[in-house]
Design a protein around this ligand. Structure first.
Ligand code: FES
Length: 117
């Protein structure tokens, strides 16, 4: 079941920016990649440290701790695409009224596997 949460106006997320927000007790990084929004859990899969203060380079978010890089649109590790440690992403959409919503109840599959184990 989906749980879409309004996280604010589209205008708050400038092109090329990333911002950490809290949604339902989860820290999430909202990235604007050339006008396309992405939502990534603020936990780096490498050592479970916060990735949100990392630098966004196009669609790649670079973790500030050890430099692992993730494509925020797919969650895949940019340097090791076959790596089985993708970042956790959330569905994100913009309403007709220009509000941004994320589906906090449907993180990417990796997150589900991790929490079930
Ligand atoms: S914790 Fe992110 S690269 Fe190590």
């Amino acid at each position: 079941m989906s749980k879409w949460i309004d996280i604010g106006s589209q205008d708050q997320f400038a092109q090329g920016s990333s911002a950490c927000i809290t949604v339902e007790d989860e820290s999430v990084v909202i990235c604007n990649v050339d006008g396309q929004l992405a939502a990534v859990l603020n936990v780096c899969p490498h050592a479970h440290l916060p990735i949100g203060e990392g630098e966004l380079r196009g669609s790649i978010l670079v973790c500030p701790f050890h430099g692992y890089a993730y494509n925020v649109l797919t969650g895949r590790n940019a340097d090791f695409p076959n790596e089985e440690l993708p970042a956790t992403t959330f569905p994100i959409r913009v309403t007709e009224a220009g509000h941004v919503e994320i589906d906090i109840a449907n993180p990417s599959d990796h997150r589900l596997k991790t929490s079930d184990s």
